[in-house]
Design a protein around this ligand. Structure first.
Ligand code: ATP
Length: 367
């Protein structure tokens, strides 16, 4: 949900965080819109939790500023911020019922009994737990516990909701269900949300935009499809999804097309549009396995194809990933969608096959 004029609702400006000289966050600048679900995605130790903790007030930046809805947050303790954080463990009070858990923060704020009852009712309806209001956390499933935690986080109507690895405690199947459910609940309330995850699928499913982090820095910010289809760097292309990363040199650099030479391929790589580069420049050509075709017959095209031997097949149900060893020694991955049962029966280990891709199917990366 993008409200008009909501640009920069949460502004993080030049935030730096050092721990005893170690730079955990380095010049982080981000502008997050009202109503966005914004994901901080990155590997272990990249600084995503530190940034989330700086937003929540559990850590304080060494330098830089954070503004929420025009208000400077620097120096404010967590309880004075209009922010709520849902922890990975949910941190539900085990001795309290669902409704008591949801009411907890409201009671602390000395809200009247009638207002608390009304608000708890609203929250129970939002997460569809009215029937389980009297249960205690140990009498709930993992998904139900998560909904209680979410209801409790939203009860006070925070301006910003922080989610720390929200699906961390759930198994894979439940995760997928809960990801969509959480998004639908969050969108209903219109709350702005920043979530931390190391799981790219989770970020792609839930977020309106993703900030990809590495070593305390933001490497790329964009909507999920842009991060996936137009990675700006080798790091981004490799971190999100699987990719064939091919070393190459720019051979012809024309306004309308570019060709690349690669020691890993016998034919040239042809790209059907111009890029900002120069002839002789070392680049990487990144093409995702699902963009490749694979089959026994040689394709008609002159470029963007290679012949090799199937050395491995990984079966994923919906598709199989073929690892094809080329004459150059490079192994390229090509996905084959299993749209029909046994459709790929014709291709097996040791078979010689062709792989190919289209003129606009890959990206040229210069950094
Ligand atoms: P993970 O997914 O493993 O939780 P992360 O991206 O959330 O990783 P952070 O917890 O933000 O990583 O930590 C970033 C870096 O800062 C790490 O190298 C970590 O060791 C360091 N760090 C975090 N908190 C402290 C602290 N209180 N004192 C010293 N170093 C810290």
């Amino acid at each position: 949900m993008h409200l008009p004029g909501a640009e920069g609702y949460l502004r993080i400006e030049n935030v730096r965080k050092e721990f005893d000289g170690f730079v955990a966050l380095d010049e982080i600048t981000l502008s997050i819109r009202k109503g966005e679900i914004f994901a901080l995605l990155g590997g272990s130790g990249c600084g995503k939790s530190t940034l989330l903790r700086c937003l929540g007030g559990f850590e304080h930046p060494t330098a830089g500023h954070i503004f929420l809805d025009g208000q400077a947050l620097n120096g404010l303790p967590p309880y004075e911020r209009p922010i709520n954080m849902m922890f990975q463990s949910y941190a539900l009070f085990p001795h309290m019922t669902v409704e008591q858990n949801i009411a907890f923060g409201l009671k602390q704020d000395r809200m009247s009994r009638a207002d608390i009852a009304r608000r708890v009712e609203e929250m129970l309806a939002l997460v569809q737990l009215n029937k389980l209001a009297r249960r205690k956390p140990h009498q709930l499933s993992g998904g139900q516990q998560q909904r209680v935690a979410l209801a409790r986080s939203l009860a006070k109507g925070p301006k910003l909701l922080l989610l720390d690895e929200p699906m961390g405690a759930l198994d894979k199947k439940l995760r997928t269900l809960m990801q969509l459910e959480l998004v639908s609940i969050i969108e209903k309330t219109g709350v702005t949300c920043v979530m931390v995850t190391h799981d790219q699928e989770e970020a792609m499913t839930m977020a309106t935009r993703i900030a990809l982090m590495d070593a305390g820095r933001i490497r790329q910010v964009g909507p999920p499809d842009e991060i996936y289809e137009q990675p700006a760097t080798r790091f981004a292309a490799s971190f999100v999804g699987s990719v064939n990363m091919i070393d190459a040199v720019i051979d012809q650099d024309e306004p309308e097309f570019v060709t690349l030479r690669s020691p890993q391929l016998e034919t040239a790589i042809y790209i059907g549009h111009g890029i900002s580069g120069f002839e002789g420049q070392q680049v990487s050509f990144a093409v995702r396995p699902e963009k490749l075709g694979i089959g026994k017959d040689e394709p008609a095209q002159a470029h963007n194809k290679a012949r090799g031997v199937i050395e491995d097949i990984a079966y994923f149900g919906s598709h199989s990933v073929y690892h094809v060893k080329l004459a150059t020694g490079f192994t390229i991955m090509a996905n084959f969608a299993n749209v029909q049962r046994w459709a790929s029966e014709g291709m097996t280990w040791g078979d010689t096959v062709w792989v190919w891709w289209g003129d606009n199917d890959g990206v040229v990366l210069t950094q």
